[in-house]
Write a protein that binds this ligand. Structure first.
Ligand code: HEC
Ligand code: HEC
Length: 156
């Protein structure tokens, strides 16, 4: 008797899972009032794995939350994205692929730390903190870097 109940639960579970994954793979069927034209899948939270060959640093790897940046248009950061095709990582060949020389404008380092770029982590956080200061708001704990708001792993 007990195993029969367990079996039914298992069947139900597998069935639900199959339905759910079908909904996602079809890319069009979400709720009944939605007819999706295109879909995109992206990591809500991620931790950077430093690419092999990048200069060593004593800082902990950086975590990043798309959720925390939801007010910013995708193309501010993914500035080469056409809005349709696959989104590529920052160190894609021909992009920020110089792993060694930090001073190079196309270096991997500068993609995240260019103080003058409005779409690098550091550049934008510096700009944001100037604006926050003018409004009398508390600065984000991510600039200057010594506040270590980025280079720690266990970020919520
Ligand atoms: C504040 C900057 C920022 C914004 C805004 C942003 N992203 Fe990202 N996203 C990143 C960073 C940084 C990565 C990691 C890049 C890497 O892998 O080199 C990333 C990774 C991704 C990836 C994985 C790419 C891969 O490496 O395989 C996808 C897909 C993606 N983002 C989609 C989106 C979408 C869709 C939006 C808008 C709804 C968005 N992002 C908004 C910064 C941003
Ligand atoms: C275009 C602007 C912009 C870019 C680029 C950007 N951020 Fe941010 N970031 C923000 C803003 C604005 C907030 C504050 C969000 C909020 O809480 O309202 C924020 C918040 C954060 C926080 C949370 C700080 C806290 O309150 O504890 C972290 C961590 C962070 N960003 C990391 C990153 C990393 C890592 C990158 C680059 C991969 C990045 N950000 C790129 C604008 C930016």
């Amino acid at each position: 008797m007990r195993s029969k109940v367990m079996f039914s639960i298992l069947v139900l579970f597998v069935f639900t899972l199959a339905l759910a994954s079908a909904a996602y793979s079809e890319g069009g069927k979400f709720s009944a009032i939605v007819d999706a034209k295109s879909t995109v899948c992206y990591p809500l939270e991620l931790t950077f794995k430093r690419p092999a060959g990048v200069l060593k640093t004593s800082f902990a790897p950086v975590s990043f939350s798309h959720g925390q940046h939801a007010n910013i248009p995708c193309v501010t950061c993914h500035h080469m994205w056409d809005g349709k095709s696959k989104i590529e990582g920052c160190n894609t060949e021909g992009c920020h692929d110089n792993l060694k020389e930090r001073q190079d404008p196309m270096s991997y380092f500068r993609a995240f730390h260019d103080k003058d770029a409005a779409n690098s982590c550091l550049g934008c956080h510096m700009k944001t903190n100037i604006a926050r200061k003018e409004k009398g708001q508390k600065p984000l704990p991510v600039s200057p870097c010594s506040n270590n708001g980025c280079h720690h792993v266990a970020q919520k």
